[in-house]
Design a binder for this molecule. Structure first.
Ligand SMILES: C[S@@+](CC[C@H](N)C(=O)[O-])C[C@H]1O[C@@H](n2cnc3c(N)ncnc32)[C@H](O)[C@@H]1O
Length: 255
């Protein structure tokens, strides 16, 4: 299908939730001098322009990151704020980092990054900003199954699909079960939308059952437009790094 384009949604409330947790995990994991692997199944283009036509059309970033900054949701020492400030210093005041550039902010020489992005134009745009990583123009789950367990073995896998068809929800729990078996020490983080029609619910229930120790963080927010089906954002994290539950509670209280 590949009709989804993240540029319309970059910096929205779902991104804020997902990226605040992602940056907190990466800050924790890179605080120790042990090398790590960072993997992403659905990377997107890496860098977004919040003054661009797509962002202006939906207004989602204005209700998301722009409002969050004006209301000080992210104090100056918050890992996402630090990554955002660094990206804006380099790319301008309207820039917003996708997950690959958030990762780049924290990764050190010797860390390994593998990013999959299937859409040709998104992949081409990603290649312009992700010279630090190995790029894969293939299905993200195929890439993850081929690489896991990665070297270095310590690390994080972000799974951030665009959920364009209902079957995506059914396919994810078995994929994650297989990855967790192959890479039992990996931090595996899945983002999902909270939907009014509850399409996500069975998937989350299966993941909770299969991985009872996983952290599940959900926040609710008003729909971006009247009648829009997404009313919240969720993350399931297997092997959550120390302190993530506290950050998840802090962020949830702001929504
Ligand atoms: C939600 S966006 C990613 C956003 C990004 N993770 C971030 O937080 O900045 C999902 C991306 O997955 C890509 N995509 C869709 N199907 C894919 C697949 N099977 N494998 C890899 N990428 C895919 C889409 O082109 C889109 O760019």
């Amino acid at each position: 299908m590949l009709s989804y384009q993240h540029a319309y949604h970059a910096g929205n409330l779902a991104d804020l939730h997902k990226h605040a947790l992602l940056a907190s995990m990466l800050a924790y994991l890179t605080a120790k001098p042990k090398q790590l692997s960072y993997l992403e199944t659905h990377a997107g283009r890496g860098l977004y322009d919040l003054a661009g036509a797509e962002s202006e059309k939906t207004g989602e970033a204005a209700a998301g990151i722009t409002r969050a900054l004006s209301e000080n949701w992210l104090p100056a020492d918050h890992p996402l704020r630090q990554a955002l400030d660094a990206v804006r210093a380099r790319h301008g005041a309207n820039a917003y980092p996708g997950s690959p550039l958030i990762a780049r902010h924290f990764l050190r020489p010797g860390d390994e990054a593998h990013l999959a992005e299937l859409h040709p134009a998104e992949h081409q745009a990603l290649a312009r900003v992700a010279g630090f990583a190995h790029l894969h123009r293939q299905d993200g789950f195929q890439m993850a199954q081929a690489i896991c367990p990665p070297t270095p073995r310590r690390g994080l896998l972000l799974i951030d699909p665009s959920y364009e068809v209902k079957a995506d929800y059914d396919a994810i729990p078995p994929q994650i079960a297989k990855l967790a078996r192959k890479w039992n020490v990996g931090v595996i983080a899945l983002w999902y939308p909270v939907l009014t029609d509850l399409r996500h619910a069975a998937m989350v229930e299966t993941l909770r059952r299969d991985h009872p120790e996983a952290l599940v963080s959900e926040v609710r927010f008003p729909p971006a437009r009247p009648g829009h089906g997404m009313v919240g954002s969720g993350m399931v994290v297997l092997n959550p790094p120390y302190g993530l539950d506290e950050e998840a509670r802090r962020i949830a209280a702001l929504f």
